[in-house]
Design a protein around this ligand. Sequence first.
Ligand code: R5P
Length: 290
Amino acid sequence: MKIILGPASEQLGQELAKLVNVETVHVASRLFPDGESYIRLEGELKNEDAVIVQTTSPPQDTRFMQLALIAGAAKRNGAKSVTAIVPYLAYARQDNIFLQGEAVSVEIIAGMLKAAGVSNLITVNVHQEKVLTKLPFPARSLSAIPLLADYFKQRGCEKAFALAPDEGATYIAEQAKKILGGECGYLEKHRDRYTGQVAMEKKTLELKGNTVIIFDDIISTGGTIVAAAKILKDLGARRVYAACVHPLLINNAEERILDAGVEEVIGTDSVPSHVSKVSLAPLLSKELAR
Ligand code: R5P
């Protein structure tokens, strides 16, 4: 096995290769003046199981194109199999026709990856697991929530309340609760499909004086966490933290979240940023060792 260091996840790929103790292949990449992607593999892959590590956070389209080009180059250079580790799988939220005339984006991008040579995909906390059944190759989604919860436990947040911002994310709060050893719950969230605006309903939760950690798969615009934090403050929570697997943090999302009373935002290196304090490497290395 060799690990190919996708340009979007070079550091994570290096850490993973160290844990799994395999050689890495570096990728030279650049953009042509007109915006087209160029890649070149700087290593041998003949008869190897190639594992590409490449997240697809913004700029998603460029990163998908790089991933497809790398997969194609790996195949052409004799790789036996090509596994794509895509910690943040962009387009996965458009897994259905919600409004007439839309595309099922995730099916399209997966078809592109398959055509390029990807034979297997590993992702992390994909928005809906059922989306994986629509992909044309075997795919698994791992959960990084226990790693995030453990990070908070090590920092003295044992027994903190684990909150999911909507009912669909209840499983996330439950996974965190197992590590933190406190209670968990969820809020009621509604999103307008046309405007993207988030509305949240207040619920009866006993949170007076508590430390609460909001766990979510993605923080994008921050709207969800801002709405949740306001409710938590109204309910008397003493300290509120936000944890997510994929810290996209579009525009001033982090600033808005902190302004809403959240003490800190913590994410993983699925999307490398200054809040990425938790590495996915241990989780991914266990998966590769299976
Ligand atoms: C949606 O259901 C997801 O789990 C996240 O809550 C959502 O993507 C976060 O987006 P934003 O930060 O823009 O509210």
